[in-house]
Design a protein around this ligand. Structure first.
Ligand code: M6R
Length: 614
């Protein structure tokens, strides 16, 4: 994973780099480092184990001058998190410093070759091999940096977004990408480099997204130039980005996660805007309308995704099957890509990803595309790799999600999936006008109902204190709320480090019921829907074994609320949209339990927001 930032221009590079790293810390935060070419033309490299704030503190007495520099925040792949393994890595000649996001798969072979040439290595990273390879090419062939990078990358197998500087040429940064994202911001006589646009938006809205095997030359006083591996100059597509700086700040909330939970009503309004047309009794997702013939021909749909996006996919399956009567298969992208899947022409593959950069999801998309499937992307990050590598798609438009635990992206994904199902169902004639009108009217009220659900925040904050003792949790749901149970459990696991299992409620009796004792908190999603009576029996089974039941019920519930130990009342909605409401208290509960336990909510251990390695 990792976040990379770079700058060349006339301003002091260091503050720009540090600010940029902080914006990218969601990508990894186990170590950080910076390399600057100082005013006196020294290559100064500073690194720490830990977060960017630690790096900032550690350089207070150091020379941080310079108008050219590169910086990195790491999520370890090769080599433990440590100062030595932190980037930038410096070459044996002492001239080059390099930052890298990705994995060099053939690093062992390259390392042995370089060792035979007399190179030695101090870190356990694949990145150090890369910088030494470039150094070797440059020094042994007496090449300029650009040519050395170009020739070295021809020998590299793997993924990279990299930036490299050379203290013998303080007017140039070379960057390159393959399978890891890289954006270049173009300012007035200055360039910015970053893993995504968030560190750049403060300075310019003009950006170029590099494509695979692009190498870019950022030179003072010269326009941006991009070449391919055979040294052919490529045309540049300069894009204008619309990112609001306010969206990237905490806005008075203690954590991004809480801010993002509370933003959901507004986010969903943005997501539905212009698409939901209740009076006309229609939903228009333009990508569906533009490709309706392809979608109508589909014999089946396969959805590929990871993590929270995979949970949204499970809800999407129910929505599409119910409203469109098309069979849907949901696959973990990581499994799909290696399963020699039966997929090809006539199949529609929907890929769901918040970041648009998840390596497994991208690989699944690529495989399905090679085999002839039509690919539809559902994504949040505008301009990221998924939207650029799919035939068509829809953005969820919920704004940047910074907290590592996904919240508003999940409800945005479910909203888009519901709109997709309803758009297609209307075209296909598989939904009656009255049924469509009913759900559309309800859809419109969801943001307000979410606001009501958010009013449970204080109740949940106080209830959460009771459960900090727990080392296990069970989450149960059925139908549309079974994926919500999985998502609730994932949220708790990732930020509070409490083991949690999501389960279909009726499956309890086939095994997990053995886990129930007086210590076991069981969250049951038991809002009023067609399976309510069944859930009532499930709750009784747990109570009979003295489990502690925390039930999510609909307002006015008089049955389960009497049996459960704790009850959270939520506004009623139609079954298909219930996940948009029931998810909220589970996000809040995970948040408050993690806060009570003193955990780092926005940057939980071992995780990163964007999983760009497999
Ligand atoms: O960016 P993506 O939606 O492709 O990310 C997929 C997962 O890595 C992500 O949902 C992860 O599970 C979250 N941390 C969950 O909160």
């Amino acid at each position: 994973m990792c976040g990379i930032v770079g700058y060349i221009g006339s301003r002091d590079a260091f503050p720009i780099l540090i600010k940029g790293l902080k914006r990218l810390e969601y990508r990894g935060y186990d170590s950080a480092g910076v390399a600057l070419l100082s005013e006196s033309n020294h290559l100064n490299v500073y690194k720490v184990k830990g977060k960017v704030s630690g790096l900032e503190e550690s350089v207070q007495k150091e020379d941080i001058s310079g108008t050219i520099g590169i910086a990195h925040t790491r999520w370890a792949t090769h080599g433990e998190p440590s100062k030595i393994n932190a980037h930038p890595h410096v070459s044996a000649s002492g001239k080059l410093a390099l930052i890298h996001n990705g994995i060099i798969e053939n690093y062992n072979v390259l390392k042995e070759r370089l060792q035979q040439k007399g190179y030695s290595f101090t870190s356990s990273t694949d990145t150090e091999v890369l910088v030494q390879l470039i150094d070797y090419m440059k020094e042994s062939g007496k090449l300029d940096l650009l040519t050395a990078v170009r020739l070295a990358l021809r020998e590299v197998v793997g993924a990279y977004a990299l930036a490299i500087i050379d203290y013998t040429n303080p007017d140039e940064v070379i960057v390159a990408r393959k399978s890891s994202p890289l954006v270049i911001g173009i300012g007035e006589n200055e360039f910015f480099i970053a893993s995504d646009a968030t560190p750049i938006v403060e300075y310019t809205d003009k950006v170029v997204y590099l494509e695979d095997e692009d190498i870019a030359i950022l030179k003072r006083g010269e326009p941006l130039k991009v070449i391919d591996f055979s040294n052919e100059e490529l045309n540049l597509e300069v894009q204008t980005i619309e990112l609001n700086l306010g969206q990237l700040e905490k806005g008075g909330y203690p954590h991004f996660m809480l801010k993002e939970i509370f933003e959901q009503p507004d986010c969903l309004r943005d997501c539905m805007r212009g698409r939901l047309r209740v009076e006309e009794n229609e939903v228009i997702l333009s990508a569906v309308m533009d490709h309706k013939d392809k979608l109508l021909e589909a014999k089946r749909i396969i959805i590929v995704a990871c993590g929270t996006s995979w949970h949204a996919a499970l809800i999407g399956r129910q929505l599409i099957e119910h409203y469109c009567r098309i069979p849907v298969q949901v696959e973990y992208a990581s499994e799909f890509r290696y399963s020699n899947p039966v997929v090809g022409g006539g199949d529609i593959v929907i890929s769901i990803s918040q970041s648009g950069e998840t390596a497994d999801t991208l690989a699944a998309v690529e495989l399905a595309r090679q085999r002839g499937a039509f690919i539809y992307g559902i994504c949040n990050a505008v301009g990221s790799s998924i939207p650029r590598n799919t035939h068509t798609g829809s953005y969820i438009h919920v704004g940047p999600e910074i907290g590592v635990a996904s919240t508003k992206a999940f409800t945005g994904q479910v909203t888009v999936l519901a709109m997709l199902a309803l758009t297609l169902a209307k075209v296909k004639g598989t939904v009656k006008p009255e049924e469509l009108q009913e759900i559309l009217k309800e859809f419109e009220t969801i943001p307000e109902k979410m606001k009501k659900a958010l009013e449970t925040n204080e109740q949940i904050a106080s209830l959460s204190k009771t459960f900090t003792y727990a080392s296990n949790f069970i989450y149960l749901g059925r139908g549309y709320n079974y994926p919500v149970a999985l998502e609730g459990a994932l949220k708790l696991k990732e930020i509070s480090y409490i083991h949690a299992e999501g389960y279909p409620a009726a499956e309890m009796k086939h095994g997990p019921i053995a886990l129930i004792d007086t210590e076991m908190p069981v969250v049951v999603i038991a809002t009023h829907n067609s399976l309510y009576e069944k859930l009532l029996s499930n709750v009784q089974e747990i109570k009979a074994r003295k489990g502690k039941v925390i039930a999510l019920v609909s307002e006015g519930d008089e049955t389960i609320s009497k049996i459960a130990d704790y009850c959270i009342e939520l506004p009623k909605t139609v079954e298909a949209l219930d996940p948009l409401i029931t998810t909220i208290p589970l996000q809040l509960m995970a948040y408050h339990i993690a806060v009570c336990k003193g955990k780092d909510v926005d940057q939980p251990r071992n995780l990163a927001k964007s999983v760009t390695v497999e």
